[in-house]
Design a protein around this ligand. Sequence first.
Ligand SMILES: Cc1ncc(COP(=O)(O)O)c(C=O)c1O
Length: 481
Amino acid sequence: MSQQQNVRPDYLDVNEVYKRLAALISQPIHPVRREKMQAYLDYFETKCKRSKELNDEACQIIPGGVQHNLAFNYPFPIAVEKADGAYLWDVDGNRYIDFLQAGGPTMLGSNYAPVREKVFEMLNSCGPVTGLFNEYELKLAHLIQRFVPSVEMFRMLGSGTESVMAAIRAARTFTKKKYVIKVGGAYHGWSDQMVYGLHVPGTGRMEAKGIPRGANRTTQEFYPNSLGALKRHLILNRLRGGTAAVIVEPVGPESGTRPVPFDFNQKVRELCDEFGALLIFDEVVTGFRLGMGGAQEYFGIKPDITVFGKCIAGGYPMAGGVGGRRDVIMSFGAGIGGTGERAYVGGTLSANPLSCVAGYYALLEMERLDAPVLATKAGDRLTKGLNQMIEKLGLPFVAYNQGSIVHLETSGTMLLDFKNPIRLLRELNPRKHMMEEMGAAYMAEGVITLAGSRMYTSMADTDDVIDDALARFESVLSVCG
Ligand SMILES: Cc1ncc(COP(=O)(O)O)c(C=O)c1O
């Protein structure tokens, strides 16, 4: 069991957050004033010339010019040259406070030297891959088990996407049941079966271009926090092949963009038990962000299967893993010691020595230095400062956090859904564009966010870094209206 305490014994006031979000979405948008927005766009033209050149060239050979979904920034993606702690530098020499943190994995801050040195040692002795067993696979599995005791058996994979696929495969093999139920809007990677109800609840196959109908015919979504809808699916599924698993992001879809009430996961656990479905916690983001015991320690829930990603290789490549009940995870074990009924998984670079050594030392350092607690302290300070600013400026914006995951909703784009399709159609594009502009404005002020609405804090975000960031946010928010 992790020696660390939950990073946050209290929990955000979910009702209050939803009330404020409802008020935000009921109003017209408050974007950056036009003349100031033009000045921000000029920043990119004048101060990011090399990035622009590189992006123009990249667009000729790489679809869209960038390969990471989070790098699709307006007006064009910047090219990063250097990363260190709380900061990034672009190829034009501009420095930014980095609240993207690569999408979450770098809890120790970017390019953390003690882990980098261990990686160099491994590269010098073994190189990045041999295809054979390495002791660090074992060390990392033991460490994860120590932090997350529901992980009786663990299997390392190449990404969160792959690990979700594997978790579902194990659930179906073990239960011999058919359906998988997810929360509408949640992101569980881009596998065929999970590109369903993506980002916006109720959208089903809307994003499933190139995916045959059959691939997600057994995926279902329910409206965020609607336990009644989940129960209805579970009841109906009993008559048509059963529910193999319910998969949740434990803080709510899209890293808590629609946060869950504190007892939500417990109620999902109870429904799973009632209907004989397995509970999969997708801890790709929350794993080690909400504490070394993950969201399951934070909420006091024991899932059957846990999916890991991002943090388990400390920001180094090939970060994915799936762990849980021995009887379920043994579905992967072929031949010797296996169940005989093998759920097939693989991956040439899975569990390579580089990823395993990086993950092992990153997690040890995170524990030793209390990284989740420090990152949460930074998240709390940032959220408090943003809310004070929002109140002072009389804006309808909403800031809230779950530990080191900080949300700053200014346009409310992520709150649109098919419950109100007319509003969705009418408002999606303008609200989305405002969100893009906010991201650009923050960046021009020297702060990088995730899509202009989310921030991941890390251990490197000292009070000084947060206060500096707040001053930069204020420059943007004070010209919204
Ligand atoms: C909750 C969640 N699950 C799964 C994934 C997919 O992980 P990966 O990008 O490693 O495939 C992500 C990625 O952001 C995620 O946030």
